[in-house]
Design a protein around this ligand. Structure first.
Ligand code: FES
Length: 137
């Protein structure tokens, strides 16, 4: 058995919990569908993962860093939104701005499963929400 390479050539890493422990994908996938799980992503940035209705992980991670002034924010499952407590910005489930003052959609990362670990990679391609080059690249 050859363990998967921890840091990919593209700078990707495996998701960890708040204590720095690697998180098995099976642990996240055991959550209810449409759950958001917060993990430590690229450069330690907290990143939301989504368990889809079919029980797989959504291929986008959403970085928990408000595009207004950088506050972190919770997921509100009842309103199906990310809601920033600092100045009231709201984002839909894909990270699009629903209400300002946030000027930009939330940053994305790429998410995949590798040997029951969750690989998080930088997102450098066209933003599927805006169909434009990502603002963070
Ligand atoms: Fe989120 Fe201002 S930092 S609304």
């Amino acid at each position: 058995f050859v363990p998967p390479k921890e840091v990919g050539e593209d700078g990707s890493i495996f998701a960890r919990d708040a204590n720095g422990k690697l998180i098995p994908a099976s642990q996240i996938l055991a959550e209810l569908p449409e759950t958001r799980a917060l993990v430590a992503g690229l450069a330690g940035e907290p990143t939301y993962l989504t368990v889809k209705e079919d029980g797989t992980l959504h291929p986008w991670g959403i970085v928990d860093n408000c595009t207004h002034l950088g506050c972190t924010f919770p997921w509100n499952a009842y309103e199906n939104q990310f809601q920033c407590p600092c100045h009231g910005s709201r984002y839909d489930s894909e990270g699009n701005v629903v209400r300002g003052p946030a000027p930009l959609p939330l940053k994305l990362t790429r998410v995949s499963v590798e040997d029951d670990l969750i690989r998080i990679s930088p997102w450098r391609e066209i933003d599927p929400r805006t169909h434009q080059k990502p603002w963070w690249v």
